[in-house]
Design a protein around this ligand. Structure first.
Ligand SMILES: C[S@@+](CC[C@H](N)C(=O)[O-])C[C@H]1O[C@@H](n2cnc3c(N)ncnc32)[C@H](O)[C@@H]1O
Length: 290
């Protein structure tokens, strides 16, 4: 059987789908062996046993179809967390960390904040906030049981216990929060903060046929009305669920800043402002209840 060094040096063809082919081979091996990266150096002459080599080759085969590495590995990094992903969940994006930063900065040193993450997917936003603000009470919801199971597994994986979960469409999910809560308490009626990264890509957008997005669930990506339907619903109904002076923060497409600010203002929000991501695009819009 080949040694670890042989496998790392072999021409697997991953450069066809990735700019960092050798790194990806190393990550797949580390995952299969359940060892840190230093192990590959110190055991480079070890042979990989036949069963593990077969599993490695299967992962390479999947990766060569263009399937995202996060799905092939079954997990990925976001903020300081390691998160399980499944084909039912979006792979969390680095630009979404802007929403996490803004949420945390909105209430510095406050402990009794009640926050809601709508469309939590892997739980990325809710769990990242929870990992920084362990005394906040956070509710995370999504539209299906299967998705919420992934988010719950991530809360466990990262030892986070101040997030409770609900299943249902947008705000309707709040009715079922109790059943998903280990704490057994009702979701508080109103929130200081609501965050969401909802689907915002227009149906038929050419990006849907490119890269990782081809493998991700359309229900996590695509929204009607030029990509604004879910944003509109969340913004229009936000007031009902926010405390006075509460904040709503949503991620959106880089060309949707103007349209989203208009929706906030029309729904009665004050202090509406769009924040730019690292690429300089308006990415997160924030508004406050009067
Ligand atoms: C763009 S993904 C964001 C996932 C995660 N918050 C993140 O940032 O990685 C949008 C999420 O909204 C959820 N979603 C779509 N329609 C929904 C609905 N009607 N009610 C609740 N969640 C919904 C999807 O299942 C998906 O998890």
């Amino acid at each position: 059987m080949p040694t670890l060094a042989d496998i790392i040096a072999a021409p697997w063809g991953i450069e066809q789908v990735s700019g960092t082919p050798e790194l990806e081979v190393r990550w797949m091996l580390e995952d299969l062996l359940e060892k840190p990266s230093s192990y590959l150096l110190s055991h480079s002459t070890d042979e990989l046993d036949a069963a593990l080599f077969e599993r490695f080759r299967n992962k390479v085969k999947r990766r060569l179809t263009g399937e995202p590495l996060a799905y092939v590995l079954g997990h990925c990094g976001f903020w300081s967390l390691d998160l399980n992903v499944s084909p039912t969940t979006l792979i969390p994006r680095p630009e979404t960390e802007l929403l996490v930063e803004l949420a945390i900065q909105a209430y510095p040193n406050q402990t009794n904040i009640n926050a809601l993450d709508l469309g939590t997917g892997t739980g990325a936003i809710a769990l990242a906030i929870a990992s920084e603000c362990s005394l906040w009470k956070i509710t995370a919801t999504d539209q299906s049981e299967k998705i919420i199971e992934v988010a719950q597994s991530n809360a466990q994986l990262n030892c986070i216990n101040n997030v409770r979960f609900g299943v249902g469409s947008w705000y309707q999910a709040l009715q079922g929060v109790e059943a998903h809560s280990k704490q057994g308490s009702q979701a508080d009626d109103k929130f200081d903060l609501i965050v969401s990264n909802p689907p915002y890509i227009e149906p038929g957008d050419h990006h849907l046929n490119q890269g990782d997005v081809r493998f991700e669930p359309h229900s996590a990506l695509v929204a009607q009305q030029n990509g604004l339907a879910d944003l509109r619903h969340i913004i229009d109904h936000g007031q009902q669920y926010l405390k006075p002076a509460g904040a709503l923060m949503v991620e959106h497409g880089y060309q949707q800043g103007g349209a989203v600010r208009t929706l906030f203002t029309a729904a009665g929000f004050r202090g509406v402002i769009s924040h730019k991501d690292l690429a300089g695009h308006p990415r997160v819009t924030v508004g406050y209840l009067a």
